[in-house]
Design a protein. Structure first.
Length: 242
């Protein structure tokens, strides 16, 4: 038991330690990793990355996971840049799994560090919320992933305070973020140079009308499920009255 606890403690230390390390690296190397600096050597960067795929894929996955876990507001730009450097499918697969890995890391850190304190302080208020999440938690999370009503790092932290299972959080986040990830990667893959991203920013590159279409398509199953549940309740109420 002691050895198991020590191993578990080391895993948590490694997980929690990843976030400040990522913040320090991103702070000291922010100029070198900026889009403006990369745009100055965009052809060389793209050629090197495509010529050293294993190293560049690994670097992208680690940096993207760390940035997402540390809630660094650069994920959208990194996704677009990855699409330009690697092309659609490699960038889509890498950023999709890296974003979910980073979100899950933030979820676990929140659960480990904050959940018990919040439950002790707001135990009564959390009962109804937890009951609702136990019934429809996956649907709520899927909706929040599709529609950017809240920043993703807020969703990661808040969901870590709930009783949602880690695997449920992972697969729902993975599925819910696919449309947005595909859109950003496609926008990057269609750019002629990285300088376009540096000059125009993410909002100038991504077509948000297309993002709206993705959101509507993603919401259709949730709306259909809600309508079905309301119809079922109405039918049950009618049967009870008879």
């Amino acid at each position: 038991m002691t050895a198991t606890r020590r191993l578990s403690g080391l895993r948590w230390l490694a997980l929690i330690g990843l976030i400040p390390i990522a913040c320090v690296l991103l702070y000291f190397f922010r100029d070198e990793l900026s889009f403006q600096r990369l745009a100055e050597h965009d052809t060389a960067v793209r050629t090197w990355c495509r010529g050293h795929r294993l190293a560049s894929y690994s670097a992208l996955f680690v940096i993207y996971t760390a940035a997402t876990g540390a809630s660094v507001p650069a994920a959208a730009g990194m996704t677009v840049a990855a699409g330009w450097i690697f092309g659609f499918w490699p960038a889509f697969i890498l950023t999709s799994f890296a974003s979910t890995s980073g979100a899950t890391a933030a979820f676990l850190v929140s659960r480990r560090l904050l959940r018990d304190r919040v439950r002790e302080r707001f135990a009564e208020r959390l009962k109804e919320i937890e009951a609702a999440l136990e019934r429809d938690g996956a649907s709520y999370l899927f909706l929040l992933r599709l529609v950017p009503l809240l920043p993703f790092f807020v969703i990661n932290i808040v969901m870590g305070l709930t009783p949602m299972r880690v695997f449920t959080f992972w697969w729902v986040s993975q599925l819910g973020m696919l449309p947005g990830t595909a859109l950003y990667v496609a926008a990057g893959a269609s750019m002629p140079t990285l300088k376009v991203l540096a000059d125009q920013g993410v909002t100038g590159v991504v077509n948000f009308r297309v993002l709206g279409l993705f959101t509507i398509l993603g919401l259709m199953p949730i709306v259909a499920r809600r309508l079905y549940l309301q119809w079922r309740r109405h039918q049950q109420a009618g049967s009870a009255e008879q």
